[in-house]
Design a protein around this ligand. Structure first.
Ligand SMILES: [Zn+2]
Ligand SMILES: [Zn+2]
Length: 173
């Protein structure tokens, strides 16, 4: 995703809305996840401010039951990029024309290339745990059956022996 800076400079101080889908390349995979980006950008005092949010539909494996499932990642952002000069320097790097100086993002030239920024944002927003549903019951630790579909009796069988006696008494009645 690239912003044309002169468009923003013409309307200095005003937020302009951009909607875009960015297909990320991750780990050599050119057809990686697609981020749906909703972004507002403004040029203010040689800075480009961006704010908004993105979301991505993902496929993965539930950490409890190991079934394939779809999940969604959403992230909001607010960032500033300082324009150092109007002249772009030829860059051989894949990461576009943005670099970091201290804790500030800087760029040179007429174009603000946000691809690498969003790639990093995506990599940092990976969930620690993927769940197919919030109430996923997972797998039985004894027989491995998926407890969302079937109930096994392993946990009953592994009850405390004192309870077992009570259960037997109950069965007799
Ligand atoms: Zn699950
Ligand atoms: Zn079981």
């Amino acid at each position: 995703m690239k912003l044309h800076v002169p468009d923003l400079r013409k309307e200095e101080g005003k937020f302009i809305t951009y909607n875009s889908t960015l297909v990320l390349s991750i780990g050599g995979n050119e057809e990686g996840p697609a981020l749906k980006i909703n972004l507002q950008a403004a040029y203010v005092a040689k800075m480009i401010l961006i704010k908004g949010h993105w979301e991505a539909e993902m496929q993965g494996e539930c950490s409890r039951c190991l079934e394939k499932c779809n999940y969604q990642i959403k992230e909001s952002f607010y960032e500033e990029f300082k324009q150092l000069s109007l002249i772009s320097e030829p860059s051989e790097r894949d990461s576009g024309n943005v670099s970091e100086e201290g804790d500030l993002f800087v760029f040179r030239g007429d174009t603000l290339d946000l691809n690498e920024y969003f790639r990093q944002s995506f990599l940092m927003s990976q969930p620690l745990k993927i769940l197919c549903r919030s109430q996923c019951k997972g797998l039985c630790p004894v027989c491995g059956v998926n407890l969302n579909y079937r109930q096994c009796s392993c946990l009953e069988e592994n009850l405390d022996p004192r309870w077992e006696l009570l259960l037997k008494l109950k069965e007799k009645n």
